[in-house]
Design a binder for this molecule. Structure first.
Ligand code: ATP
Length: 354
């Protein structure tokens, strides 16, 4: 499994051998998926206590958000669903983005690996997407200069590009991966993406044992669909990362499977890789619980509970690949709760706690 380099100074709240983790259910299917995480953790004795923080999507103030950020700073670690922001107030920005910015979670790392028996366009995909998570097109500096003319600023900085590129190379080194590919549009955005690319090229010189190449985002999308196996570790600015993550998740079975990790120097936030809300299927017991459970496995690994993490990942693989117990998004007929119950059964069998 993918070892993510953990920056120094990481905080994690711990007492009596257990960890406290902030849980933000978010909107849509978020609350039911968190219910499944709690159920699996409770029934299999995972050593984590959750502090649940609700964020009201309709609220016109940021009180909930500030409380959530305080809680994450205290616990060091968070698992979250997607937060909706329904307020039209100019003062209220996306709370998902605000959390990443406030905690300086500059990396989003997504390990996309195929499950053998999940229906998908390609088999044996094994790619890591390392995405800039706090700037670029998500700088949220937009204004209407005159009526009908909107300007939106994309911000790329050398410092953030360099620490992201370093993270991608360190991840490659730690996991014995052989190649890093930088994705960009420097032929058009010569200054902004040009700086990103130049920074990646410079960083690659510190890692002579890891191959480095770069590709324009449009060609990258075509190559991903036709031959994803050529990619190993990919590193890119924010918006391309959002699109590429969704393309690759689509290649291996959709939104319900893969998890994503958000890291800064001090905090870590875990969530489903494609960050969907899934409002149309909320409350129907049909959402695939695997992406959120994989996020909780990533969280266990980060906290140092490697054995619990391995048990959960093994139980998920057995459920998808051996029992072929699939929810509707994978053309199966299982309910979310059937999948969760089966995963619990496997963990109990592995641990002898039947
Ligand atoms: P919203 O209206 O809030 O955008 P949505 O359901 O229309 O919600 P997304 O949240 O963007 O759309 O999700 C994209 C698609 O992926 C939807 O068809 C959604 O049902 C599906 N999806 C997302 N997460 C899961 C999941 N865990 N299991 C099954 N399908 C999912």
């Amino acid at each position: 499994e993918l070892q993510t380099p953990r920056p120094v100074g990481f905080s994690r709240s711990r007492y009596g051998g257990r960890n406290a983790v902030t849980m933000i259910p978010g909107a849509g299917i978020g609350p039911e998926l968190m219910g499944f995480v709690r159920k699996v953790f409770f029934e299999t004795g995972m050593p984590v206590d959750f502090e649940t923080v609700q964020i009201d999507s309709k609220s016109d103030n940021n009180d909930d958000l500030e409380y959530a950020i305080t809680s994450i700073r205290r616990n060091g670690v968070c698992i979250k669903g997607n937060i909706e922001t329904e307020s039209q107030s100019q003062a209220i920005i996306s709370r998902n983005v605000a959390i990443r910015n406030e905690l300086d979670l500059f990396v989003n790392a997504m390990h996309v690996q195929s499950y053998n028996k999940v229906p998908s366009r390609h088999k044996n995909v094994n790619v890591v997407v390392v995405r800039q998570n706090t700037e670029g097109e998500y700088a949220m500096l937009e204004h209407e200069s005159v009526n009908g003319v909107v300007e939106s600023l994309k911000v790329i900085t050398r410092d953030n590009s360099a620490r992201l590129a370093r993270y991608a190379f360190e991840l490659a080194k730690k996991n014995g991966r052989s190649k890093v590919t930088a994705i960009h549009k420097a032929n058009i955005m010569k200054l902004s993406d040009g700086l990103f690319l130049e920074t990646c090229i410079n960083m690659s010189k510190n890692y002579p044992d890891i191959a480095f190449d770069h590709m324009i985002i449009d060609n990258c999308c075509m190559q991903l669909v036709s031959n994803p196996h050529q990619f190993d570790v990919m590193v890119m600015p924010n918006l391309y990362g959002s699109i590429v993550s969704n393309v690759i998740c689509g290649l291996v079975g959709g939104a319900g499977i893969i998890s994503g990790k958000n890291y800064g120097d001090h905090y870590a936030v875990f969530e489903p890789g494609t960050r969907n809300t899934g409002s149309s299927i909320a409350g129907t017991n049909t959402a695939n619980p695997v992406a959120m459970l994989n996020a909780s496995a990533d969280m266990l690994e980060h906290l140092g509970h490697q054995e619990h993490c391995n048990n959960l990942r093994t139980a998920i693989s057995k459920t998808l690949d051996e029992d072929i117990l699939h929810t509707a998004d994978l053309n199966g007929t299982a309910k979310s709760s059937d999948v969760v119950q089966n995963i619990i059964k496997h963990i109990k069998t592995i641990t002898g706690n039947i």
